[in-house]
Design a protein around this ligand. Structure first.
Ligand code: NDP
Length: 339
């Protein structure tokens, strides 16, 4: 295509605990040319997702692990720069699994065309208008079976998914308590986002605060973090509560295996339900959810915050760790400068 080079980040080893620089390999290749029926996308934005930590592990899961030596799997957004596929034109903006690299050659399957505008920046299609928004929508409405008047608790509340969950619950007339780390995050969710209350799990006793803030119990708990916070909320369930297992970021880097909940017998006592889900299973309904989310966004009933870091693909390993240090507010995205 030119003399340009495609910088890539590959998985070099399976991490034990927090992934350090030794698990990554930085490589270059010539920029690919599209084969017959295929396209080349120049990646402009890489989505940083906690799930990527799970994809680095050996073993059976909902998706095969990233192989050693393979380009790290990542969702992203980019522009079609060469096309031999009638469904895509040069200049189209697409999202999908593009990998931690500057260019990708693809047959186009699994890629969605999107239309950023002056009002809708491209990174929003990786946030509220993308997989993040879909996760909040289907997790809360389908799995959580949210009803007006419910008391909802969400952890990771100032993160990408959690911040949307709390706002969606408010749109539907629920009472919302968010659990997040630090005073700034707590002030943001109760201020700009309109949550009813926040618990700073770093400085407050979560069980004690839940007792004060949810005296009648929790109807829906949307769990992004697992661990001690999951246990604390299980100790405060209302009758017929729904516990939505979206993720367990507190456990993803745990050496020696994950720790499960101790308080699970409260599910029995309260005739409650705990259910996990995968947003990919809802793919046929993403259009329906996207239209509704975009409508609420345009009406000002929802806000989308993207935490955009400018850098190159070489910065990916460090930017990724921000998720586990709680250094992001809203959806963490790496916007690529060319190396
Ligand atoms: P976030 O934007 O929420 O980023 C992660 C946040 O987690 C951090 O900002 C941090 O916030 C919090 N965190 C990190 N470590 C801990 C810890 N030890 N204890 C408590 N909180 C911690 O990420 P996403 O919104 O993208 O993802 C949220 C969850 O949703 C993840 O568990 C992810 O795996 C899951 N997910 C599941 C999907 C599904 O289909 N089931 C799809 C997409 C995401 P703080 O400063 O508050 O600690």
């Amino acid at each position: 295509m030119s003399n340009e080079v495609n910088h890539q980040v590959r998985l070099a080893a399976r991490p034990q605990g927090t992934p350090g620089p030794e698990v990554w390999e930085h490589t270059t290749e010539p920029v690919p040319e599209p084969g017959e029926g295929r396209i080349v996308v120049r990646v402009s934005h890489i989505s940083l997702d906690p799930a990527m930590r799970g994809w680095m592990n050996e073993g059976r899961s909902y998706a095969p692990p990233v192989g050693i030596g393979e380009v790290m799997r990542a969702l992203g957004l980019g522009e079609v720069v060469a096309s031999r596929n009638a469904d895509f034109a040069v200049g189209d903006t697409v999202t999908g699994v593009l990998g931690v690299q500057e260019y990708v050659e693809s047959d186009g399957r699994g890629l969605q065309k999107v239309s950023p505008t002056a009002d809708v920046p491209p990174e929003r299609y990786l946030a509220l208008l993308g997989m993040t928004g879909m996760t909040a929508y289907f997790g809360l409405f389908d799995v959580g079976a949210l009803k007006e008047g419910d008391t909802v608790v969400v952890s990771g509340a100032a993160g990408a998914v959690g911040s949307v969950v709390g706002q969606l619950a408010k749109v539907k007339g629920a009472r919302v308590v968010g659990i997040a780390g630090g005073p700034e995050k707590c002030a943001w969710i109760t201020g700009e986002l309109g949550f009813d209350a926040a618990i700073d799990y770093r400085s407050e006793n979560v069980s004690q605060r839940l007792k004060e803030l949810a005296p009648e119990g929790v109807d829906v708990y949307f769990d992004n973090v697992g661990g001690d916070i999951l246990d604390a909320v299980l100790g405060r369930l209302a009758m017929h509560a729904r516990v939505v297992i979206c993720g367990a970021i507190s456990q993803y880097n745990a050496e020696g295996g994950m720790t499960g909940p101790k308080n699970y017998m409260n599910l029995l006592v309260n005739r409650a339900r705990m259910e996990g889900f995968l947003v990919g299973d809802y793919l046929p309904r993403w259009g329906e959810a996207g239209t509704e989310l975009a409508g609420w966004l345009a009406e000002g009933r929802l806000r989308s915050r993207e935490d955009v870091v400018d850098g190159t693909v070489a910065d990916f390993p460090e930017v990724f760790l921000k998720l586990f240090r709680g250094e992001n507010t809203g959806k963490l995205v790496l916007r690529l400068k060319r190396a």
